[in-house]
Design a binder for this molecule. Structure first.
Ligand code: ATP
Ligand code: MG
Length: 657
């Protein structure tokens, strides 16, 4: 199925993915998997859809409830409620629940600092620290429903802070520590935060990134913040503290006791607000609530990552993103698992830092992003081969469609052809994994996130909301609610309704384009905002980019459309070459022909631009909307608050022909 440019319908998206390449699960893996057969998955899936009261009731029954719910699910699109009438506490379920078991002495977090130090926090130690910090919150006047902004690097205190918020019923909003004072100010104001938790400075590639001074600057433009708690990461950081407002973490933690009774909150009590990464526009404050999020975070971690008590699990995401919320902190701790947290950059001091960490702690499950994998490829496999990765048994990816090239490298070089790969599709809005293989059961196809998780009813539809035939491209929607669904956009319910429920009545619209193949496997092809329409053919950016990256000289590519009088749109490809390759006119021609060969003439880029880097969000996603502006008008006017590296943009502008 290399060439399908003879599109059947308007919605069709041309495909370069090879749907015939299938990797079957290893029998040994299947034997000990948490879910042991396709038949069992299908049975459970069916029950989760047809009898949600029973299915979701049983999962939730594994938790501690101060009061049981009376009804599992209520769906009045676009408003969902789960576990109605129940009272629980997420922090209690992450911590207290394990204290009467042998797990109290198990590592909850294994942390490695960028300079190389290790800290291990057992469940019992975490419990005490969280209780203490919950008492700090109370002392500072933070109560149920108050918003708390957390602006830190990847230190265990960040996990302690959010668990303490959940414990007292405060709503945390974690702002990625790489964001500017300006971005922090906007989020504090949007959430109307009462308290900020930060640290003096974070470490990144051996440099100090000052966070507290950024907070000071942000607070010049806010009026709601009463107190700031500052964790000291750097012994002699010389930062200024404002008396009365600012408190050192280590000092204020001394004056409180280490027992704190978890606050009973309603199932639908707000848990956190998290701003999306901003690839498609101004970030949205996504609101998640307690019980549904808890149940979904727990179940997906257990099944998708096949998590066992003996496992050491490492999700490399920053807690500033939803992936870090669900799969560094909440999901693993709800399972009583050991979660690894690493503070620094993947290439510090050398590009083998991740492989060194896997070897050192004998990590079993590794979860990262395609953008990171493409960087590893660029840095070279010699860095991988220096280390023993035999402890690994399962790999995962999230964040973008993974190009088959990167999938194969991950499979062979990191997984040594023996680890299943789970390509997990989900969003900040969905709270937990929505479409993903189950390891040991689902045959995988590189580039496909395969089948829906329990309770998830995805569909690919046309503009009118009608399902399209297998193999045709369309819009990815979800037809029913699921427990960890966002409840609204904080402070803007109108935008929530319009953004997610405005296009297809009663259905949640993901904003992504996708295709379902004849096996029912989902292939996410990129944002619909990014889909390119050339002479009536709809082309997914992921497809053309995958074709480009499959060329041996190409490390990374981003494809956008520029208006064209004749064709409607012209295709512009921004291409980053492998380290040693040299840009040339000849190579441009070669790449254009390569795409034509892989997909068809229709997808041949009209223009190739070489660039040293691509504009990405802080979470590593390519910001195609900025490239689109550059390709069209040469300047950028859109929201750039979540851009990672401004110099890339400057360079792209000056490289213009
Ligand atoms: P914004 O909504 O502000 O533009 P964002 O969508 O990048 O930001 P996230 O919620 O972090 O913020 O990302 C979710 C999106 O990431 C999905 O809608 C999808 O486009 C993409 N994505 C995530 N995982 C996968 C995957 N496994 N395969 C394909 N795409 C994925
Ligand atoms: Mg999004």
């Amino acid at each position: 199925m290399k060439n399908s440019s003879q599109t059947q319908s308007q919605e069709n998206i041309t495909s370069v993915m090879d749907e015939k390449r299938v990797f079957h699960p290893d029998k040994e893996f299947t034997k000990s998997a948490n879910i042991k057969s396709m038949a069992l998955y299908k049975k459970m899936y069916k029950e989760s859809i047809l009898n949600p009261e029973k299915f979701w009731g049983e999962v939730a029954g594994e938790f501690h409830w101060f009061k049981y719910w009376t009804k599992v699910k209520q769906w009045n699109p676009p408003h969902a409620k789960w576990y109605i009438g129940g009272k629980t506490n997420l922090s209690y379920n992450c911590l207290d629940r394990h204290l009467n078991t042998w797990r109290r002495n198990k590592a909850a977090i294994i942390w490695e600092g960028e300079p190389g130090e290790t800290r291990i926090l057992t469940y019992q130690v975490m419990f005490r620290e969280v209780c203490k910090f919950a008492n700090v919150l109370k002392q500072l006047g933070v109560t149920k429903g108050d918003r708390v902004a957390v602006y830190m690097g990847m230190v265990p205190e960040l996990a302690i802070a959010i668990l303490a918020c959940a414990r007292v019923g405060a709503v945390h909003t974690v702002v990625f520590g790489g964001f500017s004072a300006e971005a922090l100010k906007d989020r504090i104001n949007d959430a109307q935060a009462k308290l900020v938790i930060t640290q003096d400075a974070a470490l990144r590639r051996g440099n100090l990134v000052y966070l507290k001074p950024a907070v000071d600057k942000a607070l010049e433009g806010t009026s709601t913040v009463e107190n700031v708690v500052v964790y000291r990461r750097i012994p002699d950081s010389n930062i200024s503290m404002s008396p009365g407002r600012d408190h050192w973490w280590h000092e204020i933690m001394q004056s409180v006791n280490d027992q704190n009774e978890a606050t009973q909150v309603d199932s639908e009590h707000p848990l956190f607000i998290l701003y999306t990464s901003g690839t498609t526009g101004k970030p949205k404050g996504i609101l998640h609530t307690t019980a549904g999020y808890m149940v979904n975070a727990y179940l997906t971690t257990k099944t998708v990552f096949d998590l066992k008590d003996e496992d050491i699990f490492w999700c490399t995401a920053d807690i500033g993103w939803v992936t870090g919320h669900t799969y560094v902190v909440y999901g693993p701790m709800l399972n009583g698992a050991t979660s690894v947290m690493y503070e620094g950059a993947p290439n510090h001091p050398e590009p083998d830092r991740y492989w060194r960490i896997i070897d050192k702690y004998k990590i079993n499950i590794f979860y990262t992003a395609p953008t990171a994998i493409r960087a590893f490829i660029r840095w070279g496999e010699q860095w991988v081969l220096k280390h023993n990765l035999s402890s690994l048994r399962l790999l995962g990816t999230v964040g973008e469609p993974i190009n088959p090239e990167a999938w194969m490298w991950y499979h062979k070089i990191i997984g040594k052809s023996k680890c299943p790969i789970v390509d997990t599709w989900w969003q900040t809005e969905t709270g937990s994994i929505m479409i993903s293989p189950l390891p040991g059961i689902t045959p995988t196809k590189p580039g496909s996130c395969t089948l829906p998780m329990f309770g998830v009813l995805p569909e690919v539809v046309d503009r009118k909301g009608k399902p399209v035939p297998a193999g045709s491209g369309g819009f990815l929607i979800i037809k029913d609610t699921w427990p960890s669904m966002l409840r609204t956009i904080y402070g803007d319910n109108q935008r929530f309704k319009k953004q997610y429920f405005g296009d297809y009545k009663g259905y949640y619209f993901t904003g992504d384009g996708a295709r379902k193949d004849s096996d029912g496997y989902f292939w996410v092809m990129g944002r619909v905002d990014d889909v390119i329409n050339v002479a009536g053919h709809r082309l997914g950016t992921a497809e053309i980019e995958s074709a480009l990256v499959s060329h041996r000289d190409v490390a990374e590519a981003a494809v956008v459309a520029r208006p064209d009088e004749i064709k409607g749109s012209a295709i512009v490809a921004f291409v980053t070459l492998e380290n040693t390759k040299i840009p040339s006119l000849l190579l441009k021609e070669e790449l254009r022909n390569h795409v034509a060969q892989e997909i068809g003439h229709i997808a041949k880029p009209d223009e190739i631009r070489f660039s040293e880097g691509l504009p990405k969000t802080r979470s590593g996603k390519i910001m195609r909307r900025l490239l689109r502006e550059i390709a069209t008008s040469g300047t950028v006017v859109g929201d750039t608050t979540t851009l990672e590296d401004f110099s890339v943009l400057e360079k792209l502008r000056s490289d213009e022909e």
